[in-house]
Design a protein around this ligand. Structure first.
Ligand code: C2E
Ligand code: CA
Ligand code: CA
Ligand code: CA
Length: 275
């Protein structure tokens, strides 16, 4: 916007104007969608590779726009962060995830749900006390919810992030480091920020057919630090075989299931647990 003011010719460039218009409308639509609770959680199975059984599910937001169709979270989450909506979205996500996992656990599906947390939610928009309150209000044990954070969370404010993580872990929640390997100092973070699990980024799993030394190294290293590993983006049986041979604990990806609506999750869980 500042650029547009200092360079008026840019502002009047028709394509840019269209982009600005498009974004403004998307912002308005997103505000409305949040208000009307139109963002829905889908759930993708996380499978225990030793037993082949369902261990948990990652909650992933979906926005089905009446005219635009599905808008990717890669688009609307950064937008929500910019326009100050991520706090409200995050509270809805946690609430919906807790309600859903409580429902499944009552029906005998003893799984956990992991929830994605953005750097801009920490700590004010998602204080540990309010997370624990939400869990409590659904009668959930603290291990029923895991929180997925990225290196961005850790980099934004080291001592704040350390405190936030420490308080939640002390209360029994598990913290997962998401997109592991895509940052530039992952290893040092594992020492500075005690965590439970790392999720190996799907780009490494996709490269495994060519070269699996990196994934092998990550699994060995995290194992020696006492951390669990989830391999993301497992699409092929050959990848699964390799991961199993390397001793990878958990897997997630289209090979097991795409993210599905809550209503379809129990059938998906049954399929995974019986095949
Ligand atoms: P992420 O947390 O890394 O989520 C994993 C992404 O990989 C998801 O994309 C999932 O659908 C996709 N995926 C899973 N298995 C496979 C596979 O086998 N192959 C391929 N190619 N992709 C696979 P999705 O749902 O589009 O979400 C994109 C990103 O949006 C997420 O990446 C996360 O950063 C963000 N996001 C989604 N929901 C939320 C949310 O509730 N809160 C926040 N803060 N961020 C969210
Ligand atoms: Ca199985
Ligand atoms: Ca994630
Ligand atoms: Ca990820």
């Amino acid at each position: 916007r500042h650029g547009a003011q200092t360079h008026p010719h840019l502002f009047f460039h028709p394509e840019l104007l269209q982009q600005v218009e498009y974004r403004r409308r998307l912002e308005d639509d997103l505000r409305l969608a949040v208000e009307q609770r139109e963002l829905k959680l889908f759930f993708q199975p996380i499978v225990d590779l030793h037993t082949g059984l369902l261990a948990g599910a990652e909650a992933l937001l979906r926005w089905q726009h009446s005219e635009r169709g599905a808008v990717s979270p890669e688009v609307f989450i950064p937008l929500a962060e910019r326009i100050g909506l991520i706090g409200e979205i995050g509270r809805q996500v946690l609430d919906d995830a807790c309600r859903q996992v409580a429902h499944w656990r009552r029906d005998g599906l003893e799984i956990y749900v992991s929830v994605n947390v953005s750097a801009s939610q920490i700590p004010e928009e998602l204080p540990p006390e309010s997370i624990l309150e939400t869990l409590n209000s659904y009668g959930l044990p603290s291990h029923a919810i895991a929180l997925e954070i990225t290196e961005g969370v850790l980099m934004s404010n080291v001592s704040v992030a350390q405190n936030w993580i420490a308080q939640l872990r002390a209360a029994g929640l598990r913290i997962y480091l998401d997109d592991f390997g895509t940052g530039y100092s992952s290893l040092s973070y594992l020492k500075r920020f005690p965590m439970d699990t790392v999720k190996v980024d799907k780009s490494f799993i996709m490269d495994m057919n060519d070269d699996h030394t990196l994934v092998d190294a990550i699994i060995t290293m995290t194992g020696s630090l006492g951390l669990n590993v989830v391999a993301e983006g497992v699409e092929e049986a050959a990848q699964l075989d390799l991961l199993r041979a390397m001793g990878c604990g958990y897997g997630q990806g289209y090979l097991f299931s795409r993210p599905v609506a809550a209503a379809d999750f129990v059938a998906t869980a049954k399929r995974i647990n019986t095949e």
